[in-house]
Design a protein around this ligand. Structure first.
Ligand code: EPU
Length: 421
């Protein structure tokens, strides 16, 4: 267990480089099981979820070689049809091995995936995908899932839900199936597109990358490739919000303008003064924060991402006026606002999905605990702008999604000390 001791009253200034996208790295690592050839991945974020995914790959028999900072070479055959239970239960993304193992081994036994407790996170769409490819899934007596596909068949697949990892499992299976697959109602986040680009390099023919209709002609023989994981637009948005909350002057590199359209709209809605210096460099300046947006609602891509809602709630606490924040996707994402209220924020929880934030509120340091990756980083931002010191417990949850976060923030002027229990 780790905690952070965070000094308040800090301002973030300078330059920061965005890391590779967590939610692109995870499915791409899972998709390396589609080939025995060498895959060289760069810009892989050094985060706990990636480390767990690499351990899972090794436990499946794959060879994993670190090739310098943020670079890995993955090669070799999988030699088991069963996912390591302890490792798989640690993260939601373990469900992404379902497709690759079905494609290579024809069967897989795996426990229900773990991950952040931010609501009732179903796996129905994943099972719909298996069913579509003429497979079956059953619940075993030991609580694990057993899935198998003897002779994959495909065709038109309309996903019941616009699920990110559901779409990714469908893409991975489609890439390994020689028949045509047309996935409609697909998720189209930048990380889904990055996985599709990776699969296309491996040899799958994919049309519609970046849209919600994907047409895939797969192949039984996919080859090893080199791929740079795309930058993390959620991390870019998080840094922009942190800079705005602290009144800092921050230049964010590898902040892809095209991936930040809805986020930019929300930042403008809080009167954040920023500009893009070029297609992937964002400059955030000290701003007079006010809520001209009044309502922030998450949506399916390209709308505002749910994974930025928690930091935006902190931004709303520093902006003049009232903001209604609405996340219809997750039932439990909003409960962390209690912690912000303990710090002095004025937030009314209307129901599990909606909070009304009245700002601006000066925040006071507190002893808090990190509930999930995104609420965790939100509380860290709140602690940096509080009047005095805060202690944040369970920061290993934040380590799941943000690389070396205390040192990167400290290089910008934060004062965060990690204490290992
Ligand atoms: N949902 C709907 N209707 C939809 C789509 C989604 O109700 O049309 C609900 C789902 O039922 C679920 C939630 O929204 O409760 C998220 O659904 P999804 O299946 O898309 O989520 P996921 O694939 O399990 C990925 C990310 C999450 C991110 C979500 C939504 C990975 C490994 N995880 O999860 O990331 O919040 O998409 O964008 O890609 C995080 O990075 O902190 C994180 C939780």
């Amino acid at each position: 267990m780790s905690k952070f001791k965070i000094a308040g009253n800090t301002t973030l200034n300078g330059d920061i480089e965005v890391a590779g996208n967590k939610n692109a790295a995870l499915p791409i690592l899972a998709a390396t099981v589609l080939t025995d050839d060498k895959c060289h991945l760069s810009n892989v974020p050094d985060i706990a979820d990636v480390r767990a995914m690499l351990k899972l790959l090794k436990s499946l028999g794959k060879k994993v070689d670190k090739k310098g900072d943020n670079q890995f070479e993955i090669s070799g055959k999988t030699d088991t049809k069963k996912l390591d239970e302890e490792l798989a239960k640690k993260l939601r993304a373990s469900i992404l091995f379902l497709s690759g193992l079905l494609a290579r081994e024809g069967q897989v036994e795996m426990p229900p995936p773990g991950g952040c407790v931010i609501g009732r996170r179903k796996v129905d769409t994943h099972f719909q995908v298996v069913d579509h490819f003429s497979g079956s899934v059953e619940l075993m007596d030991n609580g694990n899932y057993f899935a198998k596909i003897d002779n994959p068949q495909s065709g038109k697949l309309f996903l019941n839900e616009v699920s990110v990892t559901g779409t990714e499992n469908a893409l991975i299976l489609a890439a390994a199936t020689p028949e045509n697959t047309i996935i409609s109602n697909a998720a189209c986040e930048p990380h889904v597109a990055d996985l599709a680009n990776f699969l296309a390099k491996m040899g799958a023919e994919i049309e519609g990358i970046g849209t919600n209709r994907l047409i895939i002609k797969g192949s039984k023989k996919l080859s090893g490739v080199s791929h740079r994981i795309a930058p993390d637009h959620i991390e870019a948005g998080t840094f922009a919000i942190a800079a705005a909350c602290t009144g800092g002057d921050l230049t964010i590199h590898d902040a892809v303008k095209n991936d930040l359209i809805s986020t930019s709209r929300v930042l403008k809605g809080f009167n954040v003064d920023f500009e893009f210096l070029d297609k992937k460099t964002m400059h955030v300046k000290p701003s007079q924060l006010k809520s001209v947006i009044s309502k922030v609602q998450v949506g399916l891509w390209p709308n505002f991402p749910t994974d930025l809602m928690s930091p935006v709630i902190v931004l709303a606490t520093q902006a003049q006026g009232a903001t209604l924040c609405h996340d219809w996707m997750y039932e439990s994402r909003m409960y962390f606002v209690d912690k912000l209220n303990m710090m002095g924020a004025s937030i009314i929880q209307a129901d599990p999905h909606r909070v009304i934030v009245n700002g601006p509120s000066p925040l006071k340091g507190q002893h808090l605990s990190s509930p999930d990756i995104r609420a965790g980083i939100a509380i860290i931002i709140a602690a940096m702008i509080a009047e005095d010191e805060s202690i944040i417990d369970r920061v290993e949850i934040v380590d799941r999604g943000y690389e070396d976060i205390e040192n990167r923030l400290n290089s910008l002027g934060a004062n965060i000390v990690r204490i290992e229990d």
